[in-house]
Design a protein around this ligand. Sequence first.
Ligand SMILES: [Zn+2]
Length: 113
Amino acid sequence: MHELSLMIALADMIANDAATRGIGRITEVEIEVGELSGAFPHALREAFPLATHATIIDNASLTIIEVPAMAQCQTCPSQFSPVVQGWQCPTCGKSGCLISGTELGVKSYVGEE
Ligand SMILES: [Zn+2]
């Protein structure tokens, strides 16, 4: 149920933000989910109708953008997937640091007054 509570928190955030802009109904929501965020996109999709039921987001369309984990080598210009290749650069063998993949949040939404 991790994703349900996450989705409820995201829905709250959108509803609060929409309220400050005078938006009365949300029609589209776009969220970003990193490969290493700890959340599963399919579970978020399932949680969405439950989390948004009877809110101004009810019946909005949901787009989930899955962001792959990427590491940047600290020595050479290579970028690589730490999930597939581990933390050592496949080009030079030095260690890399994470540059994407932990995203979890609302990227954008569309609403009507
Ligand atoms: Zn390298």
